[in-house]
Design a protein around this ligand. Sequence first.
Ligand SMILES: [Zn+2]
Length: 153
Amino acid sequence: MQVWQVLRPYLTTNRSFLVCMADVGGPLNLLFLQSIGDSTNVVSSSYYYIPGFAHTDPPQSILHVRQRAEVTHPPQKVLTVCCAVKDKKDAAGIINGDSIWPQGHGPGCFTVLFVDGHSAYLKSSKWLWDPKLEDGNVGLADDWSSLGWTDFR
Ligand SMILES: [Zn+2]
């Protein structure tokens, strides 16, 4: 699918259409890019596409095209997380590494989109840790799980 062709009608009329209504302090992608000194000439977005869908399974992480058929549990595999930021303090905590989950949808909670197309409001503490990942990498471990792994039960 040509993602940019599909998005063109929206991008030309409303460049913030990927910003969640709960994202008062963000969007996180622009805040992150600013924090590392990168250009912010990108589409504003509250949504975080799980990198595991563009990389090999753990423990190695190499850019790689993945197929939907590789996901063994589509109703339990997260595709996208809303990273709505509550306020500037929330954003600073994430950028500084004090926390990994934005609070725009409430403390310790977020909205997620699963591979099968359903969405849910969940507690971030319920995200399951893929045992293939190295210990101590919990911040990234949540979203770099293998496509055969179940993120939530
Ligand atoms: Zn949201």
